[in-house]
Each structure stands twice: as structure tokens, then as C-alpha cells.
Design a protein around this ligand. Structure first.
Ligand code: CIR
Length: 254
């Protein structure tokens, strides 16, 4: 059974980091209930959900994905690119230590987990404002002994690599080609987001299903036509904090 690590929405989420979005009011209660629905959906998809308590002083802490990169052999605790987010890692590391040996990215390296897309034994890592070359080199040094290839990918116009591309089937990626050069994913079948839905590339594959935001019906229809089975969730409040579906969990095989 896959394990999904999540963390409840912080009451301070209104003070979240924002890079590409203008600040708009977030309904904390609604964000919390949407997040609970997200956790319930993960359970329905067969995950064992380990839900950490909210961190009142860490506005972005619901976005646990950014704090770790987990493979079968090891958990790499990141050093998030945003200083305000660095205190999020310790409590996630404490939980992950139950499941994996722990290693960590160190200064001056930075990595946000949202920049790391694992496709089999290949890890594509976005070069962004959050993730630097030193962080990528450290990740390579930590994971290449386990047989993983780490490949940097330039990203522009969005926060993270996984804002621009995610996996939706074993051999298929969902891409916004305005934000990442799709040539990096040659060899994979490619589905493009609908041009009117630039934020639609962030999908969370769980087994043979895909957890997907309700907000992108045109791209959802394309996924459906391609035979990708999706289950939708409403994450409108978390989207105002520049988050989506991958960022609210860390998935690992149990
Ligand atoms: C941030 O700027 O760090 C948060 N407001 C959003 C992080 C979203 N994380 C993700 O997509 N992996």
C-alpha cells in the first residue's frame, strides 16, 4: 500500500510565498475542508495517509512535497529555495525516518521537491528560482549510487518543474510547453494542456489513477480521450497559494 504523507493547512496560509500570482484572500476554513477531501481521495485511491498536524507558524507547510525527494532506497530532505520554508523540513524528516534512511541537501544547495519529476530511474529536476545547480549536483551525488540519473531541465514562467509537466501514465506526460522545453521528455507520449488552462499540467498519478484539479475541464477531457482515468478534487483555495495537487503529499511505497 502506498504511503501518502500530508500536513494540515496552516492557519497562517494567507502569509504564503507567492511568485507568479497576485495575492488574493484565502478562506482558511475552506482550504482546510478542500484539503481533507484531498486526503480522503488519496485514501480511496488506496493510500495509507499519514497526516501531520498543522504548523501554525509555517504558512506554506501544507505543501509537503517541497521538503523531500523520496525514492525506494532513501529519502533526501531538501533545502527549500525559499528561506521561510526551510523550517518545514525537520518535522517531515522525523516522519520519513520511519520509512527510509535519511540524507539531506546542504547549503549552498537548494531544491524544492516540486522541481523533481521522477520517471522510472530518471529524475528530471527544474532549474528555477527555488532549485539551483549546486542542489541538483548534490541530488545526483546522493542518488546516482542507487542507479538514478539526474537531469537538469530549464523552466521559465512558472514556480516549479511540476507546474509545467507531470506524469499521467507509465509512458505519458502532461505538459505546458510554454514553461518547459518538451524536448526534454522525448520518448514519452505527450499530452499538452489546453491553451486556456496554463496551470493544468499539475496532476498526481496514484497507481493507475490520476488525482486532478476540478478547475481544468478542457484538459481533463483531453486526458479522458487519451484513456487516462482521473478523479477530480476542488483545490481552489490552495491554488491561490500557488499550490496544486502534487505539492500536498509525498508518496512513497510502503
Ligand atoms: C511557495 O511559493 O512555496 C508556496 N506558496 C507554493 C508551493 C507549491 N509547491 C509545489 O507546487 N510543489
Amino acid at each position: 500500500m502506498p504511503i501518502a504523507i500530508t500536513r494540515k493547512v496552516s492557519p497562517a496560509i494567507a502569509r504564503c510565498e507567492l511568485t507568479h500570482l497576485a495575492r488574493s484572500p484565502i478562506d482558511v476554513g475552506l482550504a482546510g475542508s478542500q484539503h481533507e477531501a484531498y486526503e480522503r481521495t488519496l485514501s480511496k485511491l488506496g493510500c495509507w495517509v499519514v497526516s501531520l498536524p498543522a504548523a501554525p507558524d509555517l504558512p506554506d507547510s501544507v505543501f509537503v512535497e517541497d521538503t523531500a525527494v523520496v525514492v525506494d532506497e532513501v529519502a533526501v530532505i531538501t533545502r527549500p529555495g525559499s528561506r521561510s520554508r526551510r523550517p518545514e523540513t525537520a518535522s517531515v524528516a522525523a516522519v520519513l525516518a520511519k520509512y527510509r534512511p535519511i540524507v539531506a541537501i546542504e547549503a549552498p544547495g537548494t531544491i524544492d521537491g516540486g522541481d523533481v519529476l521522477r520517471l522510472g530511474r530518471r529524475l528530471f529536476v527544474g532549474l528555477t528560482e527555488r532549485t539551483n545547480r549546486e542542489g541538483i549536483n548534490q541530488l545526483r551525488a546522493l542518488l546516482s549510487p542507487h542507479g538514478y540519473v539526474v537531469e537538469p531541465v530549464p523552466v521559465s514562467g512558472c514556480l516549479h518543474l511540476k507546474s509545467a509537466v507531470t506524469q499521467v501514465a507509465p509512458d505519458t506526460v502532461l505538459v505546458n510547453a510554454a514553461w518547459v522545453d518538451a524536448a526534454a521528455f522525448a520518448g514519452f507520449t505527450r499530452i499538452d494542456v489546453d491553451p486556456g488552462e496554463p496551470y493544468a499540467a499539475n496532476a498526481l498519478m496514484v497507481g493507475d489513477m490520476v488525482l486532478y484539479p476540478e478547475a481544468f475541464p478542457f484538459t481533463a477531457a483531453q486526458l479522458d480521450r487519451a484513456g487516462v482515468r482521473i478523479v477530480t478534487v476542488d483545490v481552489s483555495e490552495l491554488a491561490k497559494a500557488e499550490g496544486a495537487v502534487t505539492c500536498c503529499s509525498i508518496l512513497l511505497t510502503g
